[in-house]
Design a protein around this ligand. Structure first.
Ligand code: SF4
Length: 224
């Protein structure tokens, strides 16, 4: 059956422990119009087709990974593909798994938005980290927040059981296809240390963490 809408995906990684509570599959969507200065993932900004995937099939596939607690949607901007993301999230929730989202929108904006796709998507989310990346407020000490203006909202109790956050790992090396991915919320010292260990001499091409923040090796991604 033909998909109702396709999700434009920049990248996916599995079994991540640093992009939200528990063990998660991370889906970085392609496309963000916000252009936050200093965003670490500018390659995800253009709304050009990268991987166009059926969100129902993607959700089913991700839920087949038994070890995962759920998915994290990052970007790019998930709410710029609210309909496709809501279908993916609904599929994941129907399998008893959880949904976390990083967004550049303010939480107040989202909850008062009249768009039905946005509201349906919000209704599927367990945990959201909201707000644009503000370079002047960049922080390394707040888990899942790349700048201190970003706010964390547990919309259901399903993920709050992972608190306290102090016990949660901060960064990891993951893989996506033939790429190594340094993902999570590392501080600058961690990044230099990992680059040295991996013998990485080229410039960092992309990174993503939380809302477009983190560091990435060999063109991978981090958080949002
Ligand atoms: S930080 Fe997030 S919201 Fe801002 S431009 Fe980057 S991807 Fe978009």
């Amino acid at each position: 059956m033909k998909a109702e809408v396709l999700l434009n995906v920049a990248n996916i990684c599995h079994l991540s422990k640093v992009n939200g509570p528990g063990i998660r599959s991370v889906v970085w969507v392609q496309g963000c119009r916000r252009n936050c200065p200093g965003c670490i993932n500018p390659q995800t900004h253009p709304h050009k087709a990268v991987k166009l995937l059926d969100p129902v099939e993607l959700g089913k596939q991700l839920c087949q990974i038994e070890q995962t607690n759920g998915i994290t949607l990052s970007g790019g901007e998930p709410f710029e593909q609210a309909k496709a993301c809501s279908i993916l999230a609904e599929t994941v929730k129907s399998h008893g798994k959880t949904v976390m989202v990083f967004t550049g929108f303010l939480f107040e904006h989202l909850i008062t938005c009249q768009n039905t796709d946005v509201q349906h998507f919000l209704g599927q989310i367990d945990l959201v980290v909201a707000g644009p990346y503000i370079q002047e407020l960049a922080c390394e000490s707040r888990l899942w927040q790349a700048s201190s203006n970003q706010t964390v909202h547990f919309l259901t109790p399903d993920l709050s059981r992972f608190l306290p956050w102090e016990d949660i790992e901060v960064f990891e090396i993951n893989s996506s296809g033939d790429k190594l991915m340094f993902t999570g919320f590392p501080d600058r010292q961690d990044i230099e240390w990992m680059k040295e260990i991996l013998g990485y001499t080229n410039s960092i091409e992309s990174a993503q963490n939380g809302d477009g923040h983190g560091e990435d090796l060999n063109g991978g991604m981090n958080g949002q």
